[in-house]
Design a protein around this ligand. Structure first.
Ligand code: SAM
Length: 287
């Protein structure tokens, strides 16, 4: 099949097999860096292809580690790829890959939380990453705040986080992250990845999510306000809105009435459009 051929080709990218790379450089996975490595070329190829086309984009990968996904991205045509890796042990390996693809791979030795990824190249920008689970949500929230800078985010998360991204109202996973992601992006879980695909295996199943910024958002809402309101509403998700929104600096009764939302509903019953209205009215009242 095509996929088999492709996997065979990716295995012959002219670089040593990943397991040898790990052994040669002593890259035992470290928990403090959230390291769970992918060796399965089917998977790394599949993630890279999900983000295609790559050749016309500034591609950014957070946490390349020993470079499995990095190699798939380069193999699948990325010509301007910047990777950001915090673990200094990975630098020699990444340099080796960089030499193998002259001019296509730029390596940043540092913490992705400190990097302004919009400075790494012109639009369209695509982020592709098997994220370190300890900072995954924090990184996503940061990118959401400047989402218009990106063409797509293709991200591996714990499945539980992926489900929060795509959850519909009234579902258990529905919350602040769902509202923020879905207001800004079309969000889709592409596929699940069993824990056994990683070395070492994490405790839970993972999933690859893709977020594509909506280009047709009607009302521009202040994201900080939307963040505050969803935080208040879902922070006490069992409470009725008239109680949970009391922490806001406006009269809750008037706020809900003007936004045409019943006082007794709970956060999980509101759709994204309701939160948008609530935020617009709130900001009007607070102005
Ligand atoms: N991309 C590799 C793969 O798929 O096999 C490794 C993925 S591993 C889940 C996460 C990677 O992110 C690790 O290599 C880890 O060292 C790196 N990392 C952790 N925290 C980071 C941070 N704040 N900034 C940049 N890289 C980080």
């Amino acid at each position: 099949s095509d996929q088999k051929n492709e996997t065979a080709n990716l295995a012959n990218d002219g670089l040593p097999p990943l397991r040898d790379v790990i052994a040669t450089h002593g890259l035992s996975a470290q928990k403090k860096f959230g390291q769970n490595f992918l060796f399965d070329l089917n998977l790394t190829g599949r993630i890279a292809r999900a983000a295609a086309p790559l050749d016309d984009a500034t591609v950014i990968e957070v946490g390349p580690g020993p470079g499995g996904l990095t190699r798939a991205l380069l193999y699948h045509g990325a010509k301007n790829l910047t990777v950001i890796e915090r673990d200094p042990r990975c630098q020699p390996v990444l340099e080796q890959i960089s030499n193998h693809y002259p001019g296509a791979l730029h390596v940043i030795d540092g913490d992705a939380l400190d990097v302004d990824v919009t400075s790494l190249g012109p639009a369209p920008r695509k982020i592709v990453a098997n994220l370190p689970y300890n900072v995954g949500t924090q990184l996503l929230l940061g990118w959401l705040m400047q989402i218009d800078q990106f063409a797509s985010l293709t991200l591996m998360f714990q499945k539980e986080v992926a489900e929060r991204v795509v959850a519909a109202p009234k579902r258990k996973a529905y919350g602040r992250l769902s509202v923020l992601c879905q207001y800004l992006c079309d969000c889709q879980i592409l596929f699940d990845v069993h824990r056994s695909a990683f070395t070492p295996p994490p405790k839970v199943t993972s999933a690859v999510v893709q977020l594509r910024p909506k280009t047709d958002r009607e009302q521009a809402v202040n994201l900080v306000s939307l963040g505050k309101i969803t935080q208040a509403a879902f922070g006490q998700r069992r409470k009725m809105l008239r109680a949970s929104l009391k922490t806001l600096n406006v009269d809750v009764g008037i706020l809900l009435e003007r936004a045409q939302i019943t006082e007794t509903v709970r956060a999980e019953e509101l759709g994204v459009a309701d939160f948008v209205r609530l935020t617009l009215v709130h900001d009007e009242m607070a102005a």
